[in-house]
Design a protein around this ligand. Structure first.
Ligand code: ATP
Ligand code: MG
Length: 448
């Protein structure tokens, strides 16, 4: 992509409305535009990141056995009356009437709708386990939308819903999502820590929030330092082995970890003082087992091996891809701008022509652009006539893992400079070797 043709509305000044670094950088880098309180358009650079994040989420959901569907955003109030939540949900739900005066709503979540799909088709335990997910916009009329896409009113959610014959099956389904989440967050370059969450009237211990440590996080969190060294399972993890998956979950739920609401001073004082990590965190995912909460009132049942009818045992599993992108930036930036993990970077490299219009520089850049493309790299080629200083500032701000810098002196010597955005390290490399050097060499070691 040539920058001269690319819609990248960079802001020079810090936007006044942005209180936290991710919001500021997303606006400045031209990733998003605010359209109303808590509602944002995604511009081309932001869209590229969103696509990459969603792709990773999908791959890990699919790997764990979930199947993708797509449900509508606008739902009928009737379904929500069946579960009793139409009256319970309160002001966060945006309620709408259609032209026939029928009550509709913009979905804040999809338990009712997916339960309706399930009950319409599934009759036998032989069709279980089943896990259906979608990635769809949600609307919640938050009291205080703030921090950009971190807490917005319209936001994207990956929500998965599992259906099982009994608690044992539901627990195994829960564990699979737990492990899929560990892998998902690691692949987008984040260290996530699963923390016990409130199960309310459902009870039990099957609810975890996945938390990213960041100073700007909205919740106070407490955990054992052991989490920082725990190893996330590789892509060879066997999701059909319930015992092995349960073992991973056990390992990741043994050290102390809790958000403010679930914090237990007595247990906390049992953790060695030097091992205690009290910090702030961002909730990027939440998994929850709720048993028959919806299947019973909505009549979602299957015939079991015993020949009897059973209400299915369910769970739901959410990730906010839009919030996740803000969390990635909170965790990975510096004074000059964003520092993307390779796996979600909007482009792999910026190709910076320091003297556009100079025949030698243009020629070298055209050849590099072609060679990098042929090596499978996505390149943003800065072919504009801006000053070099401005080009460097833009490249740093948008945070691509590599910068390939081409200037008249270098070209004369047959070289370009490669800058690693994360470390700032620069090396001169012969023009003919740049593509080979960058192809398949993640700047930060995150899996591509
Ligand atoms: P919070 O406690 O932050 O309000 P929640 O517990 O209401 O979130 P869930 O219902 O668990 O959220 O939703 C699943 C995921 O959706 C969250 O983990 C988060 O990543 C994302 N999410 C929820 N609310 C928002 C929001 N207002 N803006 C952006 N993402 C959100
Ligand atoms: Mg939650």
């Amino acid at each position: 992509m040539r920058l001269s043709r690319y819609f990248l509305p960079i802001l020079k000044e810090n936007p006044r409305e942005a209180d936290i670094v991710s919001h500021r950088l997303m606006l400045r880098a031209g990733m998003i535009r605010q359209q109303a309180a808590g509602s944002f358009s995604w511009l081309p650079l932001g869209m590229r990141v969103l696509d990459k994040v969603n792709r990773i989420i999908r791959e890990e959901q699919n790997r764990a056995g979930a199947q993708e569907i797509l449900m509508p955003t606008i739902q009928s109030a009737e379904l929500w009356r069946e579960s009793g939540r139409y009256d319970d949900y309160g002001k966060e739900m945006l309620r709408i009437k259609d032209r026939h005066e029928r009550d509709m709503l913009y979905g804040p979540t999809n338990e009712e709708m997916v339960t309706d799909i399930f009950r319409s088709y599934v009759r036998s335990y032989k069709d279980l386990p089943l896990n259906l997910y979608h990635i769809q916009w949600k609307f919640r009329d938050e009291v205080r939308p703030r921090f950009g896409v971190m807490r917005s009113r319209e936001f994207l959610m990956k929500d998965a819903y599992s259906f099982d014959l009994d608690y044992e099956g539901a627990r195994a389904a829960y564990n699979r999502m737990f492990v899929a989440y560990l892998r998902t967050f690691e692949r987008v370059g984040l260290k996530s820590i699963p923390m016990r969450a409130d199960t309310g009237p459902i009870g039990g211990d099957l609810s975890h929030e996945f938390i990213i440590l960041a100073d700007t996080g909205e919740s106070a969190v407490f955990c054992h330092r052991d989490f920082l060294d725990l190893k996330v399972p590789g892509e060879d993890v066997d999701f059909s082995d319930d015992a092995a998956i349960a073992g991973i979950v056990r390992e990741w739920t043994t050290p102390y970890a809790a958000t403010e609401e679930m914090h237990d001073e007595a247990l906390w004082s049992g953790v060695d003082e030097g091992e205690r990590l009290a910090a702030r965190g961002i909730e990027v995912g939440h998994i929850f087992h709720f048993g028959e909460k919806y299947s019973k009132p909505m009549g979602a049942r299957v015939t079991g091996p015993d020949g009897k009818d059973h209400f299915v045992s369910m769970g739901s599993y959410g990730i906010g891809p839009t919030r996740l992108i803000a969390a990635i930036i909170e965790a990975s930036h510096d004074e000059a701008g964003i520092v993307w993990p390779q796996s979600v970077a909007p482009f792999d490299a910026a190709l910076i022509n320091m003297k556009a219009g100079d025949a030698a520089c243009d020629g070298a850049c055209d050849a590099l652009y072609a060679a990098l493309g042929a090596a499978g790299l996505d390149v943003l080629y800065d072919d504009t006539d801006q000053r070099p200083g401005a080009k460097f500032a833009t490249a740093d701000l948008i945070g691509l893992p590599w910068q390939v810098i081409v200037g008249p002196r270098g070209v004369e010597a047959g070289e370009a400079e490669i800058k690693d955005r994360r470390t700032g390290e620069r090396v001169a490399v012969p023009l003919g070797e740049v593509a080979a050097r960058l192809g398949g060499t993640p700047a930060d070691g995150t899996p591509a």
